[in-house]
Design a protein around this ligand. Structure first.
Ligand SMILES: *Cc1c(COP(=O)(O)O)cnc(C)c1O
Length: 413
C-alpha cells in the first residue's frame, strides 16, 4: 500500500485524497449484517464524504442516502441511489428544496420543527401531493462527545421535544397532505459509548408505542448515525451490541430500522497524502511545512481533532518532535503537534490518516487554493474520482470582474 502511495503521489500530485473502496464496502456489509433477521435500511450520510463515486459505491452495495441539503439529495439521485431509500433532514430547508424533494418522491422528509411541518404541508398541497414525513425527536440525552458534534440535547438546535413531536404527529395524521410514517433521532457524532444511544433509543421507542396506540402508523425507526471510529486509541461501539440494543428496544413492534452512518463508513478508509515543502525552527520549536493545509482538512483546527501522521520518506534517522503545518496564513493551520518525525527532505511523503470522513467535504478555497484531487482504490487498481481544482475552476463564477460597474453583472444567461 505504501509503495502505491508514493506512485500515486508522483502520478497525481499532492495534496491527494486516497480512498479504499473495498474497506468502505466492508464497513457497510458489517453493519448491514449486524441487523440481519430484521428489516433494515442503511442510509449512508452523504455529508461525511459526498464524492459521487463514493455515494455510487454505497448505492451499489444497496445503501440509501441520508441528506442534509437538496444538493446532497441531487448527488444521491445522480449517483444512482434508489429514491425510496433517500431521506432529507436539516433544520433549515428552503421552499425550493422542499419542492424538489416532493417532486422527486424521496422516501422521507425529516421535519425538525412545527413551522417546517406547516410549510411542507402547504407546498405538498400546492403540488397536489401527500408528503411522507418523519419527525426528528430531540431526546435530551448527552452524547458525551465534542460540543460541536453533540446534537441531542434540548440546548441544541436540532429536532423537537417529545411533547411537541406528539402534537405534530397528531396534526400530520389528520392532514390530507402529510403522511407521518417515520421517526428519527440523531444525538451526535463520534460516539464511543453505547449508554447514551441506548437511553435515546428507549425514549424514542416508548414514544412510538404511544403513537401506535393512537393509530399513528410509524413504520420507520431511524436511529441516526454517530458511530465513532478509532482516530488514536478509542474503543468504538461494537456493531452487534448496537444492533442488539436497538432490536431489543423496539421488540414487539413491526418497524424497519433505519441507520444513517457517515463517519464509521468512510473515516478510516481515507488518507490525505501530502509532501514536505520545508523545515524550519522558530524559537527552538521545529516545524515541518507540508503542501496540504487547513483548507484541505479542517478537523484538526476546527475540533482540535487528532489524526495519525505517518512519515513515508526514506530517512531512517531518529525522530524528534515537530509541528506539522500547512502554508496558509493562519496559526490554526496545523495537522499535528509534537509529532515524532525524522529529519525530512523536500518532497518526502507524509500520510495523514483517518481522513475519509469530513475531510474533502469540509474543504474550501481559502487562500485561493484549489481543492485536492481524489482517488479510489478498488480491487488493487486506482482511479481518479475528482480532478484537482485549477485556477480556472476557481474563478469560473466570477467572470463579472470583466464588466465595468456601469454595465452591472451580466445575469441574462
Ligand atoms: C451528520 C449526520 C449523520 C451522520 O453522522 P456520523 O457521525 O458521520 O455517522 C447522520 N444523520 C444526521 C441527521 C446527521 O446530521
Amino acid at each position: 500500500m505504501q509503495a502505491d502511495y508514493q506512485t500515486l503521489a508522483e502520478h497525481y500530485g499532492t495534496p491527494l485524497y486516497v480512498y479504499d473502496f473495498d474497506a468502505m464496502a466492508a464497513n457497510y456489509r458489517r453493519l448491514k449484517e449486524a441487523f440481519s433477521g430484521h428489516k433494515s435500511l442503511i442510509s449512508y450520510a452523504v455529508k461525511a464524504n459526498s464524492n459521487l463515486s463514493v455515494v455510487a459505491h454505497f448505492a451499489r452495495q444497496g445503501a440509501g442516502a441520508d441528506c442534509v441539503s437538496i444538493g446532497e439529495v441531487q448527488r444521491a439521485l445522480t449517483a444512482g441511489v434508489d429514491r425510496y431509500k433517500i431521506i432529507f433532514s436539516g433544520v433549515g430547508k428552503r421552499d425550493d428544496e422542499i419542492e424538489i424533494a416532493l417532486r422527486e418522491g424521496i422516501l422521507l422528509i425529516n421535519l425538525e420543527s412545527e413551522a417546517e411541518m406547516k410549510r411542507v404541508e402547504m407546498i405538498a398541497k400546492r403540488l397536489g401531493k401527500q408528503a411522507r414525513i418523519s419527525i426528528r425527536v430531540n431526546p435530551n440525552v448527552d452524547a458525551q462527545t465534542h460540543p460541536y458534534i453533540s446534537t441531542g440535547l434540548h440546548e441544541n438546535k436540532f429536532g423537537v421535544e417529545i411533547d411537541a413531536a406528539k402534537r405534530m404527529y397528531i396534526y400530520a395524521k389528520n392532514s390530507e397532505h402529510l403522511d407521518p410514517i417515520g421517526i428519527h433521532f440523531h444525538i451526535g457524532s463520534q460516539l464511543t459509548d453505547l449508554a447514551p444511544l441506548r437511553e435515546a433509543t428507549q425514549i424514542v421507542a416508548d414514544l412510538v408505542r404511544s403513537l401506535h396506540a393512537i393509530d399513528v402508523d410509524i413504520k420507520f425507526f431511524d436511529v441516526g448515525g454517530g458511530l465513532g471510529v478509532v482516530y488514536r486509541d478509542e474503543t468504538p461501539i461494537d456493531v452487534h451490541a448496537y444492533a442488539d440494543m436497538i432490536t431489543e428496544a423496539i421488540r414487539g413492534m413491526d418497524l424497519t430500522i433505519m441507520c444513517e452512518p457517515g463517519r464509521s463508513m468512510v473515516a478510516n478508509a481515507g488518507v490525505l497524502l501530502t509532501q514536505v515543502l520545508y523545515e524550519k525552527e522558530n524559537g527552538g520549536k521545529r516545524f515541518v511545512i507540508v503542501d496540504a493545509a487547513m483548507n484541505d482538512l479542517m478537523r484538526p483546527t476546527l475540533y482540535q481533532a487528532y489524526h495519525r501522521i505517518e512519515y513515508l520518506g526514506q530517512n531512517q534517522e531518529k525522530a524528534t518532535e515537530a509541528d506539522i503545518v500547512g502554508p496558509i496564513c493562519e496559526s490554526g493551520d496545523w495537522f499535528g503537534k509534537k509529532v515524532p518525525m525524522p529529519p525530512t527532505e523536500h518532497n518526502d511523503l507524509i500520510a495523514i490518516h483517518s481522513a475519509g470522513a469530513y475531510g474533502f467535504t469540509m474543504a474550501s478555497n481559502y487562500n485561493t487554493r484549489g481543492r485536492a484531487a481524489e482517488i479510489a482504490l478498488e480491487g488493487g487498481t486506482a482511479r481518479l474520482i475528482r480532478d484537482r481544482e485549477n485556477f480556472e475552476d476557481q474563478i469560473r463564477l466570477e467572470k463579472g470582474y470583466l464588466n465595468t460597474p456601469a454595465e452591472g453583472y451580466d445575469d441574462d444567461t
